[in-house]
Every structure is written in structure tokens, then in C-alpha cells.
Ligand binder design. Structure first.
Ligand code: UTP
Length: 296
């Protein structure tokens, strides 16, 4: 099956955000992990901004029960806007109004949390028969060029799907989907197969798939045919394994620093590092970290 899909004008992004977030309990019992603030913005706003800054202007967020705050965040808040306007808080008003203008947002509910692959499948009707991007709603990637834009450039140049790869030399590789394949050039891999959460000693490479993808619409058919795999969930890794074998799939070792916000440590590190980069919040935090006994 040779791909004849036009990857040069991708417009749609899908952001799965329906997972349970068990690694972050109890905070995620009734609140979405995607709404956890990093510095001063909820995690999912970083992800939506990455999609928008990558040229994707039609964004579908896959939500579930207990996730209503995500929709509210991107909606207008006319009462708050009226209060800020009456108080003459022009800067905050601009900040709040701007959120509802970042991109055209749509929402669909995943009614049962049957896995990431199933969440992506929930986007089938909205996406239709064009290639699309997937950005996981709990991964922030800080980079000069948005990582999704990096993937889109390669997909357009090569005319095939591309997934983001990160090199892991330690045992933590067993937490991810891992690729086998061969390097085409610096940072670009031709993927021959994928395996979900392999034991570290059996991992086919050091390259793990991270939460950004550019995919052809044919992946929906493959997901439709994918039986529950590791953890009883419909795994996107299994569908991508078939895509790699039957069509063509590349991996890109992207440039950027990734934070897994679904993990308590990852969330804290993101807050520290990104606040240190903030023009006004950074310097006092740096002073605190240097001088406080608790940080020694
Ligand atoms: P995770 O592997 O982080 O799972 O999902 P999770 O359930 O959200 O969190 P933990 O492991 O229990 O703490 C990766 C991505 O897939 C989405 C999540 O929202 C996250 O963006 N996802 C996962 C869904 O949208 N639906 C699912 O059924 C599972």
C-alpha cells in the first residue's frame, strides 16, 4: 500500500485529553490533569498554542467525564470580561479574551476510556479523509520551532506520516512505545515496526515515540481493526506498527525539551524550568532556589 496522501496542507489537529490521570491522583479525581497549571497557564493551553503556532487552525479536543473545565477554559467568559473591563484591567482583559481566539476548537467525548488509540478513533468523523496531527494533551514540549511544525515539515517533504522520537538510554524506555528501523539521515528514521512498553532488555532501540504525530487518514481503518493490547487498551502503537509495515512511517528526533505533566515529578520540573525562563517570575525563583535551606 503506497501512500498517495497530500501531507502539504494539514489543517486539523486532534488532542486526546480523556485519560484517567491515575499517576496524578488525588489531584485528578475530579479535575482534568490537562488543566494543571504550569507557571500561569493550564497545560492544555500550551498544547493548543503549539498546534495553532504550527499552522493548524482546526483543533478537536477529545474529552471525557470530569473534563468540562477544558471546554470552559477556551470559551468566552463574558462575566469575567465585564468585571475586568469595569475595573480598567485592560491587560488581563486582553489575556482572557485572547484564549477564546487561539484557534477554532471543537470537542468530542470519548465515552469509555478504552485507550489512546480509541481516543484518536473518536476523531474519525471530524477529521475525515485528510492527514492530521495528534498532540497529547498532557505533554508540553518547549522548543524554538514548535515540534508539531517540525513533524509537519518532514511529512510534507517526504509525503508520509511522521512521529516524534526521543532517545532513552535507561530502563525508563519500557514505559513507552519503541520503534525499530534504520536511520535515513541525522535525526530521521525509517520505522519498520513498533512495540508498546517492551521490557527494557528487549527494547528494539533506544528511540521512544513521544506525544506528537502526523498521520494519514488510513490510520483510522487500522485503529478500527486493532484489538485491545497492553493494559487491555486499544494502543495507537499497534496501529502504527501496521502502518509502518504496510505503508511508510518516519520518526523524527525532534529539537525541544519535553515535560510529562501527567507525572508529578515531570509537572514540578516543568514549573521550575519554565518559571525560571519567565521574565518577571524567573529572577525571584532563581534567588529562592539559590538561597533557601529547603533547596540545599
Ligand atoms: P496516559 O498514558 O498518560 O494515560 O495517556 P492516562 O490515563 O491519561 O494517565 P495515567 O497513566 O492513568 O496517569 C496518554 C494520552 O492519551 C489520552 C490521555 O488523556 C493522554 O493525553 N488518553 C488515554 C485518552 O484520551 N483516552 C484514553 O482512554 C487513554
Amino acid at each position: 500500500m503506497a501512500s498517495s496522501v497530500d501531507f502539504s496542507r494539514v489543517r486539523k489537529a486532534v488532542i486526546p485529553a480523556a485519560g484517567w490521570g491515575t499517576r496524578f491522583l488525588p489531584a485528578t479525581k475530579a479535575s482534568p490533569k490537562e488543566m494543571l497549571p504550569v507557571v500561569d497557564k493550564p497545560t492544555i493551553q500550551y498544547v493548543v498554542e503549539e498546534a495553532a503556532h504550527s499552522g493548524l487552525d482546526d483543533i478537536l479536543i477529545v474529552t471525557g467525564r470530569t473534563k468540562r473545565a477544558i471546554e470552559d477554559h477556551f470559551d468566552r467568559s463574558t462575566e469575567l470580561e465585564a468585571v475586568l473591563s469595569a475595573k480598567g484591567r485592560a491587560e488581563l482583559l486582553e489575556l482572557v479574551e485572547g484564549i477564546s481566539r487561539i484557534a477554532e476548537l471543537h470537542f468530542v467525548r470519548q465515552k469509555e476510556q478504552l485507550g489512546l488509540g480509541h481516543a484518536v478513533l473518536c476523531a474519525r468523523h471530524h477529521v475525515g479523509d485528510r492527514p492530521f496531527a495528534v498532540l497529547l494533551g498532557d505533554d508540553i514540549i518547549d522548543s524554538v520551532e514548535p515540534v508539531t511544525a517540525q513533524l509537519l515539515s518532514l511529512a510534507a517533504a517526504e509525503g508520509c506520516g511522521v512521529v516524534a522520537l526521543e532517545r532513552h538510554t535507561g530502563p525508563e524506555i519500557s514505559r513507552y512505545g519503541v520503534v525499530s528501523g534504520r536511520p535515513l539521515r541525522e535525526g530521521v528514521f525509517s520505522i519498520e515496526g513498533l512495540v508498546e512498553k517492551p521490557p527494557a532488555e528487549k527494547a528494539p532501540s533506544q528511540l521512544a515515540v513521544m506525544g506528537r504525530y502526523v498521520l494519514p487518514p488510513s490510520v483510522f481503518e487500522l485503529l478500527e481493526q486493532t484489538a485491545p493490547g497492553v493494559g487491555g487498551e486499544i494502543q495507537i502503537t499497534d496501529a502504527l506498527d501496521r502502518l509502518a509495515r504496510e505503508d511508510r512511517l518516519l520518526g523524527l528526533e525532534y529539537e525541544g525539551r519535553r515535560y510529562d505533566i501527567g507525572d508529578k515529578h515531570g509537572w514540578m520540573v516543568a514549573n521550575i524550568e519554565l518559571m525560571l525562563k519567565h521574565p518577571t517570575l524567573g529572577p525571584p525563583l532563581r534567588d529562592y532556589l539559590r538561597g533557601h535551606p529547603a533547596t540545599r
